[in-house]
Design a protein around this ligand. Structure first.
Ligand code: BES
Ligand code: MN
Ligand code: ZN
Length: 497
């Protein structure tokens, strides 16, 4: 939604106007190109005076001296240059974006002494700038800032680097990643009066433009399939549910697909087991899993991933109503298994039960990964630095965890087992939808596992990481877009021809 800065790439030539951003490495200082932006040599003294040690994301921001064609010279620290991993370049881009402020013409000198800043690194810096720059301001009719100043025009940014044409090419792919993350953030930030199940399905349908095939199942079709668990949640809302099936077939025709399934509760009041008022507005983000799956499909299609991928999202609204389901109701899921609904606020697992079963049944995927803002309990366990990972498969878990380390969307594996599974047994039906307060995230995962048979499966509980997590170098928004880069990385590293 935010206006985005225009980013271009060029060979190094000392910038002649605006803001020059240079990189400083801990110990090694500035590159020759950086020094060329500062012929008067004001940076070394500024570093000394401000005790700037070039720690990662630290910065010195100077007004250019008399006689310089520049407005400002900004040095941004990278820490020890040799220790910069992939995630660091994105974060560095975010730190640079934070320093640009009102700069209109910005030149970034992507050079470091003793370290090659290659095209991939340059593209990541650019990606970090764009993600940092995102803000959800669709509904702000007055755009001036707190001081009454006119809105920042998106900056014109030129990244000065060794191989501009290679950087431009790498950035084309990064741009697709950024668009997917921003799509996910926009969907999550959008209020529920605007984004209901039907509207969500329409947004997902726009992926057709990128060559994704999209089917939207209506209530009637879901009833025919026997999706009593999902439909039980939806029945309290005047807005009908939708199940969206997205397919990107970039792999070999006979190759089994990999599958991603998202919880898309556009608003979760709790239903008849209604939530308290304080903080309930956050439940507009209870579709963070579905948003991540949609964003991921965008990324994969934009870069024409050589993989067959299915994305399925269950879009419903959980409302209290004369027709809402009650605690004690027993519903029959598509699998045939019956569920006693003890608490109508444990609705996400009911939606996913049918979405997972449908996915497995129709596609026999290589694996299924579901993403859901499923439980408050995961925040009690892990806070918001890690998402919970639950799985029946060690290899898939290890690959996911490793991908999360690279993209800094970190996962922590949680235990599962028979002790937890029996918590959802009930005398009235095959299972109940809550297992009590203790280990609440785990019994929720056990519930899901009853709908995946032997298929390798992982469940990511992103309640603590998709919404309302602390601001980072690359995200200042309430919605983080958690999961999009993580799963793109997983597919890229292990599941492409
Ligand atoms: N959507 C919520 C979980 C949630 C809470 C996500 C806060 C993000 C922030 C989920 O549907 C829910 O209500 N879970 C209940 C389950 C309980 C009734 C067993 C919970 O966590 O309290
Ligand atoms: Mn709920
Ligand atoms: Zn929910």
């Amino acid at each position: 939604m935010t206006l985005r800065p225009a980013i271009s790439f060029a060979k190094f030539a000392a910038p002649k106007k605006g803001v020059a951003v240079v990189l400083a490495a801990e110990g090694d200082g500035l590159s020759d190109a950086a020094k060329a932006c500062d012929p008067a040599g004001i940076l070394p003294r500024a570093f000394e005076v401000s005790e700037f040690k070039a720690k990662f994301a630290g910065a010195v921001d100077l007004i250019a001296p008399e006689g310089s064609p520049l407005d400002r010279i900004v040095a941004v620290g990278v820490g020890k240059a040799s220790a910069l991993g992939e995630a660091c370049w994105w974060r560095l881009g975010g730190s640079i974006a934070a320093q640009i402020k009102k700069g209109k013409d910005v030149s970034i000198v992507a050079e470091l002494p003793g370290v090659t800043v290659g095209p991939a690194e340059v593209a990541s810096i650019a990606g970090g700038i764009l993600l940092r720059n995102y803000s959800f301001d669709t509904y702000k009719t007055k755009k001036e800032d707190a001081n009454g100043a006119a809105p920042d025009k998106p900056a014109r940014i030129t990244i000065l680097c060794a191989n501009p044409s290679a950087a431009k090419k790498a950035f084309a792919e990064t741009q697709g990643t950024v668009d997917g993350v921003i799509l996910a953030r926009d969907l999550v930030n959008e209020p529920a009066n605007i984004l209901g199940p039907v509207e969500f399905a329409a947004k997902a349908s726009e992926l057709k433009e990128l060559g994704v095939s999209v089917e939207v199942l209506t209530e009637k079709e879901m009833r025919k399939l026997g999706m009593g668990a999902l439909l039980g949640v939806a029945q309290g809302s005047v807005r009908p549910p939708r199940l969206v099936v997205m397919q990107w077939n970039g792999g070999k025709p006979k190759d089994k697909p990999v599958a991603f399934i998202g919880k898309g509760v556009v608003f979760d009041t709790g239903g008849i087991s209604i939530k308290q008022a304080a903080g309930m507005e956050d439940m507009k983000g209870d579709m963070g899993g579905a948003a991540a799956v949609t964003g991921l499909m965008h990324v994969l299609a934009a870069r024409k991933a050589k993989a067959n991928v299915v994305g399925i999202i269950g879009c419903v609204e959980n409302m209290p109503d004369g027709n809402a389901q009650r605690p004690g109701d027993i519903v029959t899921s598509m699998s045939g298994q019956t569920i006693e609904v003890i608490n109508t606020d444990a609705e996400g697992r009911l939606v996913l039960a049918d979405a997972l079963w449908y996915c497995n049944d129709r596609f026999q995927p290589k694996f299924m990964i579901d993403l859901a803002t499923l439980t408050g309990a995961i925040m009690v366990a892990l806070g918001n630095a890690y998402a919970g990972l639950f799985s029946n498969n060690d290899e898939l878990s290890e690959r996911l965890t490793a991908a999360g380390q690279v993209t800094q969307e970190r996962l922590w594996r949680m235990p599962m087992g028979a002790e937890y599974d029996k918590m959802i047994d009930t005398k009235n039906a095959d299972m109940k939808n809550t297992g009590g307060r203790h280990g609440g995230s785990i019994s929720a995962a056990q519930f899901l596992q009853r709908f995946v048979k032997e298929t390798p499966w992982a469940h990511l509980d992103i309640a603590g990481t998709a919404i309302s997590s602390p601001a980072t170098e690359i995200n200042q928004s309430w919605a983080s877009g958690f999961g999009v880069r993580l799963l793109d990385r997983l597919v890229r590293d292990h599941y492409e021809d």
